[in-house]
Design a protein. Structure first.
Length: 342
């Protein structure tokens, strides 16, 4: 199969029309969102959804998010609408928040991976919203990477992973958030944060009060522990090198990273914060942004994980409040939870 890339900046109507036609015909299309690129297909068509799993090499026990453009679609896809969903959608949709609730009978089992629940999200990206409107369907879409690798934040990343496996990529430029949406389950009381993202725990709690945190956000699942979200048990964000995370007081972190860099005898690269970058002069490093602004660190993270050309990537840990929780969740998972505190 030949994979076509169409530039979809400025809401190019022909790009969106081509994508919607393919989706309606049961094919897959990669498209930009504000978080990462998604690989979409008709979420009500089992055959179309099966093509997503095949293109990504995704385990079939890992359910998909249905993307919608209108809150009224949630009424069709969930059994009913909990009050918390209305409150959160009013504040955060369209936006990087995925909500999980009991699925209506029309949602195919393959989308839910046989769970009784379904995840819904309304992306905050004009190209995605135009495409969803033109297709007139809920669109199942995981991140458009091959399973296990870092999520794609540009059309070129999607091409690297899925060239020849899908017919079309809509190129909408770089995704400005750069990590996947926050996932909140509304099936528990209080709701449970299953994956942290740009919509932070603090932002959600300001709307609906205290929420629970999945125990698997910053540490691996314990033996025998059932994941609250199937994605938690799969390896994620794995670059082609080993990753180690050093956390603690910033200057001690820099000192330990320099020590590991010099002792390792391997080709090392450092993912630096702007504050610590001066400590790494003469070494191979990339500055991701300021520790005071985790959103920038998140935006640059997956490009670095994809580009890292080294044996050992040494990463600085940061504070886990606000968007720092999402950053540390991705970094620790990329490292297979190989972390050290100094
Ligand atoms: O930002 C995003 O959410 C992107 C863009 C494309 O929208 N999508 C995305 O999808 O990251 P994916 O499939 O890569 O990650 C979805 C995660 C998986 O870990 C999956 O296990 C979990 O959501 N998930 C989906 N449905 C679920 C459900 N019913 N219950 C629990 N977890 C669910
Ligand atoms: Mg993914």
């Amino acid at each position: 199969m030949v994979t076509q890339i169409i530039t979809a900046y400025n809401n190019s109507p022909s790009a969106v029309t081509a994508a919607a036609a393919l989706l309606r015909a049961g094919e897959c299309v990669a498209f930009p969102t504000e978080t990462v690129y998604g690989l979409g297909a008709n979420g009500l068509d089992e055959g179309a959804v099966a093509k997503i799993f095949a293109a990504k090499g995704r385990p079939n026990d890992n359910p998909l998010i249905l993307h919608i453009h209108d809150f009224a679609q949630a009424e069709q896809l969930w059994t009913d609408i909990p009050e918390t969903a209305k409150q959160l959608a009013a504040v955060f949709w369209p936006g990087p928040l995925t909500l999980i609730y009991t699925a209506a009978p029309c949602v195919p089992a393959i989308v839910r991976a046989n769970l009784p629940t379904v995840a819904l999200r309304m992306p905050d990206n004009e190209i995605a919203l135009h495409m969803l409107r033109a297709a007139g369907l809920p669109i199942a879409a995981p991140s458009a990477n091959s399973s296990g690798s870092p999520s794609p934040t540009s059309a070129a990343h999607v091409m690297d992973d899925l060239n020849g496996r899908i017919p079309l990529i809509l190129d909408g430029g770089a995704c400005h958030i750069g990590i996947e949406s926050t996932i909140l389950s509304l099936c528990t009381a209080p709701p449970t944060l299953l994956r942290p993202g740009a919509i932070t725990r603090e932002m959600i709690e300001a709307v609906i009060g205290e929420i629970g945190l999945s125990p698997a956000l910053l540490s691996p699942l314990q033996q025998g522990e059932t994941p609250q979200s199937p994605g938690q048990k799969h390896r994620h964000y794995a670059p082609n090198c080993k990753v180690k995370v050093i956390s603690g007081e910033p200057s001690a972190v820099a000192a330990r990273i320099c020590e590991l860099y010099e002792q390792s005898g391997q080709r090392c690269h450092i993912a630096a914060t702007a504050e610590n970058a001066p400590h790494y002069t003469g070494k191979q490093y990339t500055t991701l942004g300021s520790r005071g602004n985790p959103a920038t660190l998140c935006a640059n993270l997956f490009s670095l994980l994809r580009a890292a050309d080294c044996d050992l990537l040494l990463m600085e840990g940061i504070d886990t409040s606000g968007a720092g929780l999402a950053y540390m969740n991705r970094v620790l998972r990329a490292a297979g939870f190989d972390g050290e505190r100094v």
